[in-house]
Design a protein around this ligand. Structure first.
Ligand SMILES: *[C@@H]1O[C@H](CO)[C@@H](O)[C@H](O)[C@H]1NC(C)=O
Ligand SMILES: *[C@@H]1O[C@H](CO)[C@@H](O)[C@H](O)[C@H]1NC(C)=O
Ligand SMILES: *[C@@H]1O[C@H](CO)[C@@H](O)[C@H](O)[C@H]1NC(C)=O
Ligand SMILES: *[C@@H]1O[C@H](CO)[C@@H](O)[C@H](O)[C@H]1NC(C)=O
Ligand SMILES: *[C@@H]1O[C@H](CO)[C@@H](O)[C@H](O)[C@H]1NC(C)=O
Ligand SMILES: CC(=O)N[C@H]1CO[C@H](CO)[C@@H](O)[C@@H]1O
Length: 552
C-alpha cells in the first residue's frame, strides 16, 4: 500500500514536471516605462497549467511588474516552529470559518469583442478563446452578453425595432438586417498580410450579433472547464417603448409597454435557447440611473425606484417565474455600488414582494475608488440569501484617462486586483470584466466611448496582446473554482511594515487558495494553516496565488 502511495506520488510529481515543462512562457514585449505585454501571433501563444499541489507542499504562481507572468514555484510546509520567528508578516488561515460561495469569473461577449475576435486568423481566434477559457488558460466560467446593442456595438440597435408599438414583439429576431453606415468610419478596412485579402468588415458588421456573438459563445463553451454561466443585460429596448423615442438621453419605459419589456427579455432567453445556449441570469437593465438622469452618451433606459419595483413585481418577475425559464436568476441594480442603499434597498422598501423574484444584485466598478465597499453589507447583512455579483468593470473609461488603451500598464492591473480583493472580502460571489477583446483604439464603439481591455487585438499585425490585467484576472479565475468558499485569513504584521492585501478560499477539491498582493519591495511572509507553516517569497510589486492542502 505504502509502495503504491509512493509510486502515485512520484507519478504526480512526474506529471507536474511534464506539465510545467509544457507551459509556454509569455513572449514578453516591454513597453517603455511600463510592464510587459505578452504577444500572441500566428504560431505562438503563452499558456499555463495549474499544478495539483501534493500534501505538504504548495504551488505558487507569481505575476510582477518586473515581468514575471504566472511564474511557478513549489515549496514545502513545515511543522509550526515558533523559534523560527522569521517573518515580520504572517497570515493565519482558518478553513473552519467560511463565508460566501463563489460563482465565478469572466468577461463580456459584446459585439465589439466578437468583431475583434473575428478579425483574427482562425488559429489565433482559437488562441484567444483558449487563453481565457481553456484548461491551459484562465478558466473563465462566466460571461455577460448584451441583449441587443450597447455602446460597444457599431451602431445603436435593439431587437424588434419594426414594427413600432408591437406589444407582442411579433418581429423579434436576433439577426438584424440593417444599415451598414458608420462602421467603415470607426475601423477602416485593411489588407490582411497573411491572406493578402482586403478584409471586409461590413461582412462582420452585417448582423454581427448572430454571426459572431453566438459562434463565439459556442466556441467558448467547447473549451470551458466548467459550465459557463451567462448573464444577459438590456441597455435599451427599441425606441418606441421609451418616453423620449431615442436610445440615449433622459428617458423611461412607457407605462403601456411594461409587459412588452418583460417579454423582450423572455424572447431573448427563448432565442438563445433555440441556439442551444442557456442563459443563467438576466439583470433588470444596465445602469438604470444613467437614463433616469441622462448621465450617459450611450444606450440607456432610465428607471425610478418605484417604477422598477412595480415592473419586477407585476411584469418581469411573474413572466419569468411562470415560464420554462423559471430558474433563470434575476439580478437587480446592475449599477454602481453607491446605488445600493438608496436605489436597491429603496425598491425593497416600497415593493417588498420584489424579494420573491430577485436573486441578488449586480454591481459595477466605476465608482469603487471613492465609495467604500462597506455599502455592499447593505445587501449581505439585510438579505443574506441574496448574492452580490460584480457585473462590469474596465479601465480607461474615466474622462481624465486620455490614453484609452495603455499597453503594458501595471497600475491598471493593480486597479483590477485591488477591486477584486475588496469585493471578494465583502461577500461578492464573482467578478465579470467588460469586453473580452478590443482593438488598438479600445473599440469599436459607436459612441466613441473607447476603453481598455485585458486583450488588445492588433489585426493589422496579426497579433494580440495579453495585458497585465489579463494575468490579474487569472490569479483569481484559474484557481478559485466555482463553489469555493471564502475562508478566514488574518494578517499579522509588525507596525512598520506595509500591509499585503489578501483573500483565501477553500476549493471544492479541498485545497486552500490564497491570493496576496505585494505593493512594496521584495519580502518573505509566513503562511500558517493548521499545524503547518510555509515561507513564501513575495516579489516586489507582484501578485501571488498560492495553493496547498491545509493539514488541520
Ligand atoms: C511569432 O513570434 C515568434 C517569437 O517572436 C517568432 O519566432 C515567430 O516567427 C512569430 N510568428 C509569426 C507568424 O510572426
Ligand atoms: C492528502 O491529505 C488528505 C487529508 O489531509 C488525504 O485525504 C489525502 O489522501 C492525501 N493525499 C495524498 C496523495 O497523500
Ligand atoms: C525549530 O527550529 C530550530 C531552529 O532551526 C531547531 O533547532 C528546532 O529543532 C526546531 N524544532 C522543531 C520542533 O522542529
Ligand atoms: C422586421 O424587422 C426587419 C429588420 O430586422 C425589418 O426589415 C422588417 O421590415 C420588419 N418587419 C415588419 C413587418 O415591420
Ligand atoms: C406608436 O405610438 C405612438 C405613441 O402612442 C404614436 O405617436 C405613433 O404614431 C405610433 N406609431 C405607429 C406606427 O403606430
Ligand atoms: C463593448 C464595450 O465596450 N462595452 C463596454 C466596454 O466597456 C465600456 C466601459 O464601461 C462600456 O461602456 C462599454 O459598454
Amino acid at each position: 500500500m505504502k509502495f503504491f502511495v509512493i509510486i502515485l506520488t512520484l507519478f504526480i510529481y512526474f506529471v507536474n514536471a511534464i506539465n510545467s515543462a509544457l507551459d509556454k512562457p509569455c513572449l514578453a514585449r516591454r513597453i517603455s516605462g511600463r510592464s510587459v505585454i505578452c504577444v500572441c501571433n500566428f504560431t505562438y501563444c503563452d499558456d499555463i497549467t495549474r499544478d495539483v499541489p501534493v500534501n505538504g507542499s504548495y504551488v505558487a504562481y507569481t505575476t510582477s511588474e518586473a515581468g514575471a507572468r504566472f511564474q511557478k514555484t513549489i515549496g514545502a510546509f513545515q511543522t509550526l516552529n515558533h523559534s523560527l520567528g522569521c517573518c515580520r508578516t504572517s497570515f493565519d488561515i482558518n478553513p473552519m470559518k467560511t463565508y460566501q460561495a463563489v460563482e465565478g469569473f469572466g468577461g463580456a461577449v459584446t459585439d465589439s469583442a466578437a468583431i475583434n475576435w473575428k478579425s483574427l486568423p482562425e488559429v489565433m481566434q482559437k488562441y484567444l478563446i483558449d487563453s481565457y477559457f481553456s484548461l491551459k488558460g484562465l478558466e473563465y466560467n462566466m460571461l455577460r452578453v448584451p441583449i441587443g446593442g450597447c455602446d460597444f456595438s457599431t451602431h445603436p440597435y435593439a431587437y424588434n425595432e419594426q414594427p413600432e408599438n408591437d406589444t407582442k414583439l411579433s418581429n423579434y429576431s436576433l439577426s438584424y438586417e440593417d444599415y451598414y453606415y458608420k462602421y467603415e468610419d470607426i475601423v477602416p478596412a485593411f489588407t490582411n498580410p497573411l491572406t493578402q485579402r482586403r478584409e471586409n468588415y461590413q461582412r462582420l458588421y452585417f448582423g454581427c450579433h448572430i454571426i459572431d456573438n453566438i459562434p463565439m459563445i459556442k466556441e467558448i463553451s467547447k473549451v470551458a472547464t466548467s459550465p459557463v454561466h451567462i448573464v444577459a443585460t438590456t441597455w435599451s429596448p427599441p425606441v418606441w417603448m421609451k418616453t423620449n423615442h431615442h436610445f440615449v438621453g433622459i428617458n423611461q419605459l412607457r407605462q403601456e409597454y411594461f409587459d412588452t419589456y418583460a417579454l423582450y427579455h423572455y424572447k431573448f432567453l427563448e432565442k438563445y435557447a433555440e441556439e442551444g445556449i442557456n442563459i443563467w441570469a438576466i439583470t433588470t437593465t444596465n445602469e438604470p440611473i444613467d437614463g433616469y438622469f441622462g448621465l450617459a452618451r450611450f444606450n440607456t433606459l432610465g428607471w425610478s425606484v418605484e417604477k422598477m419595483g412595480e415592473w419586477i413585481v407585476n411584469n418581469l418577475g411573474p413572466m419569468i417565474r411562470n415560464s420554462v425559464f423559471k430558474n433563470v436568476k434575476i439580478l437587480s441594480c446592475d449599477d454602481q455600488r453607491f446605488t445600493i442603499p438608496f436605489w436597491f434597498n429603496g425598491i425593497l422598501r416600497k415593493y417588498p414582494k420584489a424579494l420573491d423574484y430577485i436573486d441578488g444584485v449586480g454591481v459595477h466598478f466605476y465608482a469603487d475608488k471613492i465609495v467604500p465597499a462597506a455599502v455592499l453589507y447593505a445587501v449581505s447583512k439585510t438579505y443574506p440569501d441574496k448574492m452580490i455579483l460584480a457585473t462590469e468593470a474596465c479601465e480607461g473609461s474615466y474622462p481624465w484617462q486620455t490614453e484609452k488603451v495603455e499597453l503594458g500598464s501595471w497600475p491598471r492591473a493593480i486597479s483590477y486586483i485591488t477591486d477584486i480583493l475588496e469585493d471578494l472580502n465583502h461577500n461578492v460571489v464573482g467578478w465579470i470584466d467588460w469586453n473580452l477583446s478590443l482593438n488598438m483604439r479600445g473599440g469599436p464603439n459607436w459612441a466613441k466611448n473607447y476603453v481598455d481591455s485585458p486583450v488588445i487585438v492588433n489585426a493589422e499585425e496579426n497579433e494580440f496582446y495579453k495585458q497585465p490585467m489579463f494575468y490579474a484576472m487569472g490569479h483569481f479565475s484559474k484557481f478559485i473554482k466555482r463553489g469555493s468558499r471564502r475562508i478566514e485569513i488574518r494578517e499579522k504584521k509588525s507596525f512598520f511594515t506595509w500591509s499585503v492585501k489578501n483573500v483565501a478560499f477553500l476549493t471544492p477539491d479541498g485545497t486552500v487558495v490564497v491570493v496576496l498582493l505585494n505593493e512594496g519591495s521584495v519580502r518573505s511572509v509566513c503562511v500558517k494553516c493548521g499545524k503547518k507553516e510555509a515561507i513564501l517569497l513575495l516579489e516586489a510589486n507582484s501578485i501571488t496565488t498560492m495553493e496547498f492542502v491545509c493539514d488541520v
